[in-house]
Design a protein around this ligand. Structure first.
Ligand SMILES: Nc1ncnc2c1ncn2[C@@H]1O[C@H](COP(=O)(O)OP(=O)(O)OP(=O)(O)O)[C@@H](O)[C@H]1O
Ligand SMILES: [Mg+2]
Length: 461
């Protein structure tokens, strides 16, 4: 009531003055005062009600930004206040959308990175993880259940956890290596970097994982390769040195021994030369493996030349070799010299390991079905070299194309093998964007099949 009396007072004073001076009857003055009060009360009530609605609207906006604006009675000032509030709400909504878009694009950027990432808070709890991390640890699409959990719930390796604690305590980056055993063993490097300023979402540490399996494998292969190559060279070299010493000492004047030893020394020197030639050839092929050969190759000619080159071994082993090539075989897309090396190695292996008086079938044909390991689609050429020797046990097959891998080391060396032949074959077929498939049953022999691309007709013409 008091809020309506104040604004009435000036009018009441004037009315009382008029009544006192007799210019207005007392009855009229009292009725006029009452009317002024009622008018003021209505006026003040509607304005206050408007402001009250605006305040409630502002409070509701904090809870629900989509709250509709209230309808007001009259006041122009209240109307202006409401318009200002609505403009603020619009601006606020725009800012909120911008912030949402920024957060989404930050997540999209993190998700597009191929390496797994975790963002951690200052108590080592997960704030966020990118798509690669969620896939690696099988955490589902958005991994919301993961948020707020200790990193130890995902990466249990103590080395990584200690490195994260160190990075948090010392505010310095730390590194650790760990292995995930399943489904296939993988070794990861974890780089843990503290942020200079804690982010709004609490992110204090970034844990970036990098798969080091391939690099470690390559390092191991390189070390193995050097060890194997040195060993392969040292064996014939030791033999040559031994014979030289014998020839200088006890067998100095023994003419028969000299001839025999020189013969062995020549064989060993030849072996070393072949080894070095094969190593050089392998490294040359590897160097060009990413550039695909583009020549037109007449496979029949290459196969016939191969058989001719091996004529001596074929005769020595009394191998029964058959070569079947259809007359209309399409031209292959490749490098004739390299393909010559492929078939030389395969046919010489078949002759070597196919047993004395063995049978070797070499066939070439066009086939519509490519093996899954061969890139591209459509028909291709299929060249098989089949022998009927001892065959190769299953467990050895996947490793045959590794350098220096032999099923029977002693036997291969005795037969003059370097253990590099199939590695060369594999690299050449890779360079040709072809495939090598090895199939064998113990006691029934082995089939080595090479798939090669056909020369496109437009080019062959
Ligand atoms: N047709 C085959 N039958 C049985 N075993 C084979 C056959 N071809 C290859 N192998 C096995 O695979 C191994 C690797 O063959 P690869 O051709 O790479 O080396 P290699 O024949 O020993 O030496 P080289 O470098 O002189 O060819 C051989 O040592 C042999 O054990
Ligand atoms: Mg061989």
């Amino acid at each position: 009531m008091a809020w309506a009396i104040g604004p009435c007072l000036p009018a009441w004073v004037v009315l009382m003055g008029l009544a006192l001076t007799g210019r207005l009857s007392w009855t009229a003055a009292v009725v006029a005062c009452a009317l002024v009060f009622v008018l003021m009360a209505v006026l003040v009530f509607t304005r206050l009600a408007d402001f009250d609605r605006i305040i409630r609207y502002a409070e509701d906006l904090l809870v629900n930004p989509e709250t509709p604006p209230p309808s007001l009675y009259t006041s122009a000032t209240a109307q202006r206040l409401l318009s200002g509030l609505m403009a603020l709400r619009k601006l606020w909504n725009e800012r909120r959308d911008d912030a949402d878009a920024l957060a989404q694009s930050r997540q999209d950027i993190l998700d597009s990175l191929p390496d797994p990432f975790f963002l951690l808070d200052k108590r080592r709890r997960i704030v966020s993880a990118n798509a690669a991390a969620r896939t690696l640890f099988d955490l589902g699409r958005n991994a919301t259940g993961l948020m707020g959990r200790d990193l130890a719930g995902v990466i249990r390796d103590p080395k990584v956890l200690e490195a994260a604690d160190f990075a948090l305590a010392q505010n310095r980056k730390a590194e650790a290596q760990f292995t995930l055993p399943a489904p296939v063993e993988h070794t990861f490097g974890a780089l843990i970097v503290p942020l200079a300023i804690t982010a709004r979402d609490g992110t204090t540490l970034i844990v970036a994982l990098h798969d080091q399996t391939e690099r470690l494998k390559m390092d191991r292969m390189r070390a193995d390769f050097v060890a194997n190559a040195s060993h392969e060279l040292r064996t014939p070299l030791a033999s040559v040195l031994g014979f030289i010493e014998t020839l200088q000492g006890p067998a100095k004047d023994d003419a028969d021994a000299r001839m025999q030893f020189l013969d062995i020394m020549l064989k060993q020197a030849n072996r070393m030369t072949r080894l070095i030639d094969d190593l050089l050839s392998l490294s040359r092929i590897e160097l060009h493996e990413h550039t695909r050969p583009t020549g037109a190759v007449d496979l029949e000619l290459v196969l016939r030349n191969t058989v001719e080159l091996l004529d001596r071994q074929i005769k020595e082993r009394r191998t029964n070799l058959s070569l079947v090539v259809p007359t209309n075989l399409p031209t292959a897309l490749g490098d004739a010299n390299e393909l010559g090396q492929v078939f030389y190695n395969l046919v010489s292996n078949a002759v070597k390991y196919g047993g004395a008086q063995g049978r070797v079938d070499v066939t070439a044909e066009i086939t519509a079905s490519r093996p899954p390991s061969m890139p591209g689609r459509g028909p291709c050429l299929k060249i098989s070299v089949r022998d009927y020797g001892e065959g190769i046990a299953r467990e050895h097959i996947p490793r045959l194309t590794e350098r220096f891998y032999r099923v029977d080391n002693a036997r291969s060396r005795e037969l003059g093998g370097t253990g590099l032949g199939l590695a060369i074959v594999k690299h050449i077929t890779n360079r040709h964007r072809g495939a090598l498939i090895i199939d064998s049953d113990m006691g029934k022999g082995a089939t080595f099949t090479v798939y090669l691309p056909i020369m496109p007709e437009a080019k062959a013409a």
